[in-house]
Design a protein around this ligand. Structure first.
Ligand code: HEM
Ligand SMILES: [Ca+2]
Ligand SMILES: [Ca+2]
Length: 300
């Protein structure tokens, strides 16, 4: 794979503490950076591998593509990079900063920690047209599985990583179609009926599509198991999330996270770290490939 734990132990021993303190200070003034950074790392890894390609500014770069337009937390990465350039100039890649910041964001919101192997190098290519292989919120489970397996991630990784939706929010525009005229007789039948009216109040028909609501109702700020209980209860917000409960191949993992009797239990917080390490190693550039950017928003 090429990355390893402790890659910077002699070249920049302070790297982890610097990234952590930068994430913490931004999180204090703006807690939305935590889900923002977790999602950003996912969107980085799925396009050109975990190489910081998502961070590049410019017309027609990845960040301009529709699935990436609402990403947030870029300022945290820039800030960490400035501090790291002062401490260990030219050493730490932006791709590694993002991988570490994603882990630190989970910890800030109450998740369990994991060890992040480092040594990623930064890519030099960032094109909006490459963002097409990111999963979409209307994707079937089969398509979700295909997109993950194309990146070496299995069905358990899919369910586990989508569990990242235990924190953060979504704009009404990505799910309000489920609440009105989804079928000829009304809302998406997979939504718990009493929950439909709650959601309709939050996202009125023809209302402001940019309004945001939690992806994990009742627990959008906590990295916990609640997201899976919401799927069981017909309270998934995104169509793609709720489908994980409709399809047998993914439902069994949701049930295992919930500790359903008769099934071998899985601990979400532990599995999340394991699947993140796999995701964080997608198509990494190491050794002499790519570069170490001086500024994360542009190639050298
Ligand atoms: C089938 C796969 C997935 C789909 C279709 C999907 C789709 C979405 C959508 C539509 C949003 C709302 C964006 C917005 O309104 O700003 C969102 C948010 C989010 N996603 Fe995913 N996602 C998927 C997988 C993942 C994975 C694997 C992770 C991380 C490991 C993740 C982490 C997040 C987070 C943390 C947010 C909240 C962002 C914020 O509050 O700014 N998602 N996702
Ligand atoms: Ca990338
Ligand atoms: Ca939660």
């Amino acid at each position: 794979q090429g990355t390893r734990v402790g890659f910077y132990s002699s070249s920049c021993p302070q790297v982890e503490s610097i990234v952590k303190s930068v994430v913490q200070s931004h999180f204090k003034s703006d807690p939305t950076v935590a889900p923002g950074l977790l999602r950003m790392h996912f969107h980085d890894c799925f396009v050109q591998g975990c190489d910081g390609s998502i961070l590049i500014d410019g017309s027609n770069t990845e960040k301009t593509a529709p699935p990436n337009q609402l990403l947030r937390g870029y300022e945290v990465i820039d800030d960490a990079k400035i501090q790291l350039e002062a401490a260990c100039p030219g050493v730490v890649s932006c791709a590694d900063i993002l991988a570490l910041a994603a882990r630190d964001s989970v910890v800030e919101t109450g998740g369990a920690t994991w060890v992040v192997p480092t040594g990623r190098r930064d890519g030099t290519v960032s094109q909006a047209s490459d963002a097409g292989n990111l999963p979409g919120f209307r994707d079937t489970v089969d398509v979700q599985k295909q997109k993950f397996s194309a990146k070496g991630l299995n069905t358990q990784d899919l369910v586990t990583l989508v569990g990242g939706h235990t924190i953060g929010t979504t704009a009404c525009q990505f799910f309000s179609y489920r609440l009105y005229n989804f079928t000829s007789t009304g809302p998406d039948p997979s939504i718990e009926p009493s929950f439909v009216s709650q959601l309709q109040a939050l996202c009125p028909q023809n209302g402001d599509g940019s309004r945001r609501i939690g992806l994990d109702t009742g627990s959008a700020n906590r990295f916990d198991n609640s997201f899976f209980a919401n799927l069981r209860d017909g309270k998934g917000i995104l169509e793609s999330d709720q489908k994980l409960w409709t399809d047998d191949s993914t439902k069994t993992f949701v049930q295992r996270f919930l500790g359903i009797r008769g099934l071998l239990g899985l601990t979400f917080s532990v599995e999340f770290g394991k699947s993140m390490v796999k995701m964080s190693n997608i198509e990494v550039k190491t050794g002499t490939a790519g570069e170490i950017r001086k500024v994360c928003s542009k190639v050298n």
